[in-house]
Write a protein that binds this ligand. Structure first.
Ligand code: AMP
Ligand code: GLY
Length: 453
């Protein structure tokens, strides 16, 4: 009889706690990485990806649904008994999806609309920096072309011109001279990145960039590792900006002293600013930093995981991601421990030829089933979709090849071998991801000169 009671109890506990239906919003490599991690949890009964890609299709049900139509999203969530929504990209966050779903009684992981302005408005963030004395580039905000031009005539060069709102990784101009700076201002006011009433002008910061992550429940936050991404399209970090051509984790720049400065001078005052506005910050926070002489300067905030940083960070997470996310939703993150494998990871992004400019879509990717797929070497999909059981490219960034080991150089070699094995004719990638800590900088200066990026 005791055994019967025990069995019933464990079934009941299992039913309550391991029966979750979860939806992830987004369709990039970041969302595939999140989906892989979440799907490993014993608590998950069913995972939906909205809309997902050919990779998430293997572990979740992809659902084509326009989640920017929040009413439609609510209906889908309620009809399917979904108990948690995880938001991948920034746009729905900035548009207030979290506030909307929360008001409807739906559990959702990600920052609310007030907090999401940290990414949604660069001027909002700069004003916080000013008020709370957060180290960042000196800046000016101008509300006309004339006012900006007057300032630009005298300002030191290079100088950085930014559109205020979301611009999908664009909207930032690094200008070597007054003329190009003035052109940037005109483009922004002419609405290249949406209606603009103001323009942000920033001092150019020297140094090396680092992406630093935290996860927060609104009361406490925990560090969520560091990474370094390569945003430029060309080897040696040359050429146009992209969404990210590759990344590695952890960043080679992090040390205890720097870590403490980032927390005390940047993150804590930012959360205080959000609290002073009567809001709390729940979700991932991506702190984009410039590091100079072991001092951090805030370049930007993103209110989500990075892409491709997420694809290098999550594979090293030892703790249960779903538990961490749920403890954030329930505001008891304080009792959780975030543990990491003592390893390094690297991600190389295979892109469509022509990216970040024009590229062909719907090109078939065959041979994917012949690619190694184990604990230390695997692929996250990004711009892919499945049509009649075949995988086709649908975006600029197509596949993320990830390698994990103690040695970034070895991992990079194995990852590159895999990309070569796939031999996708419409693809290109950077062979030098991680060069700042793997290779000699000078060598890549030579390569970039030769290739004339
Ligand atoms: P953001 O979208 O603000 O992150 O800017 C995109 C990229 O432009 C950053 O990752 C940096 O590489 C560069 N950048 C932005 N602001 C500055 C700055 N003030 N000084 C130097 N580089 C910058
Ligand atoms: N890797 C840059 C970003 O996610 O914004």
């Amino acid at each position: 009889e005791d055994i019967l009671i025990l069995l019933t109890c464990s079934w009941f506990i299992g039913y309550i706690f391991e029966n979750m239906k979860i939806a992830i919003l987004g369709n990039g490599g970041r969302e595939h990485a999140l989906a892989v991690n979440i799907s490993k949890s014993s608590k998950v009964k069913k995972l939906y990806c909205l809309p997902g890609n050919a990779g998430t299709n293997l572990i979740a049900e992809n659902v084509k649904l326009d989640f920017y139509d929040f009413d439609k999203l609510e209906k889908f969530v309620k009809e399917n008994d979904i108990s948690l929504v995880i938001v991948g990209p920034e746009k729905p966050l900035v548009e207030g999806v979290v506030d909307f779903l929360t008001n409807k009684g739906i559990k959702v992981f990600g920052p609310n609309k007030v907090s999401a302005q940290l990414e949604g408005s660069k001027i909002f963030t700069k004003k916080i920096c000013e008020k709370y004395e957060i180290p960042t580039a000196q800046f000016g905000v101008f509300d006309s072309i004339e006012a900006a031009n007057k300032y630009l005539e005298k300002a030191n060069k290079p100088i950085v011109i930014k559109a205020d709102g979301l611009a999908a990784g664009k909207g930032v101009y690094i200008c070597e001279d007054t003329e190009s700076a003035k052109n940037a201002v005109v483009e922004i006011f002419n609405g290249k990145f949406g209606k603009a009433e103001q323009v942000l002008v920033e001092e150019f910061l020297q140094g090396e960039e680092m992406s630093y992550f935290v996860i927060s429940d609104g009361k406490t936050f925990k560090k969520f590792n560091t990474a370094q991404d390569h945003k430029r399209v060309g080897e040696g970090d040359n050429g146009k900006n992209t969404g990210g051509m590759g990344a590695y984790c952890p960043s080679g720049l992090i040390n205890e002293e720097l870590d403490a400065k980032i927390v005390e001078k940047i993150i804590k005052p930012t959360f205080k600013a959000i609290n002073d506005m009567g809001a709390v910050y729940k979700g991932f926070l991506y702190v984009g930093l410039m590091i100079k002489n072991n001092n951090p300067y805030l370049v930007e905030y993103n209110v989500r995981m990075g892409d491709p940083e997420c694809q290098t960070i999550l594979p090293l997470l030892k703790s249960d991601l779903l538990e961490l996310i749920l403890s954030c939703c329930d505001e008891n993150l304080e009792n959780s421990i975030v543990e990491w494998e003592d390893k390094k990871s690297i991600c190389v992004v295979l892109c469509s030829k022509g990216y970040p400019d024009k590229y062909k879509e719907n090109v078939e990717i065959s041979n994917l089933d012949q690619i190694v797929n184990d604990k230390n070497l695997f692929v996250y999909h990004a711009g892919t979709q499945l049509i009649n059981n075949k995988v086709y490219s649908t975006g600029g960034r197509v596949l993320n090849f990830v390698g994990i080991s103690d040695d970034l150089k070895v991992s990079r070699e194995t990852v590159i071998k895999e990309i070569e094995n796939l031999s996708w004719k419409n693809g290109f990638y950077r062979k030098d991801i991680g060069f700042r800590i793997i290779d000699k900088w000078e060598l890549y200066q030579e390569i970039s000169k030769e290739k004339n990026y």
